[in-house]
Design a protein around this ligand. Structure first.
Ligand SMILES: Cc1cc2nc3c(=O)[nH]c(=O)nc-3n(C[C@H](O)[C@H](O)[C@H](O)COP(=O)(O)OP(=O)(O)OC[C@H]3O[C@@H](n4cnc5c(N)ncnc54)[C@H](O)[C@@H]3O)c2cc1C
Length: 391
């Protein structure tokens, strides 16, 4: 797929940034589970923290293919950085798409500058693949509430406050974030009442809970967020009451193109390292790439990487002017499973050394796995694809 001059320019800029600033000290960040804030500042200097923000608010407002390319290149250097940025972009996209003019003016320029960092809080301990089972509640508290306001009346009301109680789990940027896009039910007993809210992180009653100690993606902070009688003004409701899940799924479709792109980036890195190693490492008197078993592994890996990239870029194109969930699901499913396979073979090609921290393939192996889980597991992507085939 041909890139425009502008897309190539952004790709080259990000590749240079990745080589000079992202792909350094990755092992230390991974070992210490410490997000590289200096890298984040660098992303902000390049305005990449405003990738999906309209230009009038200081953003780059890139097309989906460019967004995909940036995610791929960042993940090539460090998946945790790409993940943090893509979740920040989910948050800016929600404000862009569902926020009022006042929300956009207040939050977007600051988020383009890198702070506050955004988080996207949908999952809960008991509600992952099926977020409709969430129990976090945002109940309207206003003088008129006692008049048993039906949902339609509530939807048009901008006064009063919402009182939020519940727990969100697995929240990327949970610790670092300054603003949280929250999905909660306005009535815990009403499955159709999921609504989207904007919650500043410094509100009273909102606490960061457990930080997950993860297999991979270790530099990305993943935490629980606990809401204990958190009060926010009613004007912080982003969608109509009951429209939260539809909004989440529409935003996550673009998000899945980003995750597929990240999977391509990790797989490409694992492949490149493997080609270099297989050419250098000699056994039985010749480079191991000359043993057919290793050469064929590399052939499969290269084919997987390229097929993933083409499917992902096709999904980017199909999601440019609307939402196309099936193409995004196919890209995420294929590219993430391929990344796991490619990283697995990369470790194998490195032999015993691949099982140690002396080589990056060990990290790619751990990191790749998450792309099959977050923003919808592979099983859920297949469900989306199959549902479309059902008459
Ligand atoms: C590192 C990390 C970062 C994350 N970041 C965020 C974030 O920023 N914001 C956020 O809201 N969430 C986030 N998540 C949550 C993530 O999206 C969920 O973990 C994921 O959607 C799966 O939910 P679950 O873990 O509850 O698994 P479950 O839903 O309990 O699934 C368990 C298993 O059952 C399978 N399964 C479930 N239902 C079906 C079905 N109908 N058909 C077939 N198989 C099924 C699943 O595929 C899976 O294999 C993150 C998770 C991780 C690990």
């Amino acid at each position: 797929m041909e890139l425009t001059d502008e897309q190539e320019l952004i790709q080259n800029t990000v590749q240079e940034f990745v080589a000079n600033e992202v792909a350094v000290d990755v092992d230390e960040a991974d070992a210490n589970q410490a997000f590289p804030e200096d890298v984040w500042d660098g992303l902000a200097e390049l305005d990449l923290t405003g990738l999906t923000v309209p230009e009038e608010y200081g953003g780059l407002d890139v097309d989906m293919l460019t967004y995909s390319i940036v995610n791929e290149e960042l993940a090539y250097g460090h998946l945790a950085v790409a993940t943090a940025l893509s979740v920040h972009c989910l948050a800016t996209s929600c404000i862009r798409q569902f926020g009022s003019e006042a929300h956009k003016e207040k939050w977007l320029p600051e988020m383009v500058s890198g702070r506050p960092v955004g988080a996207f809080a949908l999952s809960e301990p008991g509600a992952g693949s099926n977020p409709a089972e969430m129990t976090t509640e945002a109940r309207l508290d206003s003088a008129e509430e006692s008049s048993a306001a039906p949902r339609e009346v509530e939807a048009s009301r901008e006064d009063g406050e919402y009182v939020i109680n519940g727990k969100k789990q697995w929240i990327t940027n949970g610790e670092r974030a300054g603003v949280v896009i929250l999905f909660a039910k306005t009535d815990r007993d009403d499955p159709d009442s999921v609504t989207q809210f904007l919650v500043p992180k410094d509100v009273e009653g909102l606490e960061v809970g457990k930080k997950e100690d993860k297999l991979g993606l270790r530099a990305s902070d993943t935490t629980t967020l606990i809401f204990d009688d958190v009060r926010i003004p009613a004007e912080n409701r982003l969608t109509e009451v009951g429209r939260g899940l539809k909004a989440a799924f529409s935003i996550l479709t673009g998000g899945r193109v980003a995750i597929a792109s990240q999977a391509v980036g990790v797989a490409q890195a694992a492949f490149d390292d493997s080609v270099a190693y297989a050419n250098d490492r000699e056994q039985f008197g010749k480079p191991i790439i000359e043993h057919q078993a290793i050469g064929h592994k590399l052939a499969d890996m290269q084919t997987d990487v390229q097929a993933s990239r083409l499917l992902t870029r096709d999904a980017a194109r199909k999601n440019e002017n609307g939402v196309d969930p099936v193409s995004a699901a196919m890209a995420k499913y294929f590219a993430s499973e391929a990344a796991v396979d490619v990283a697995n073979e990369a470790v194998q090609i490195h032999g015993g050394y691949g099982y140690t921290k002396d080589f990056d393939v060990e990290r790619y192996y751990r990191d790749a796995k998450i792309t099959t889980i977050y923003e919808g597991t592979s099983e859920i992507q297949k469900k989306i694809i199959a549902r479309d085939l059902t008459r």
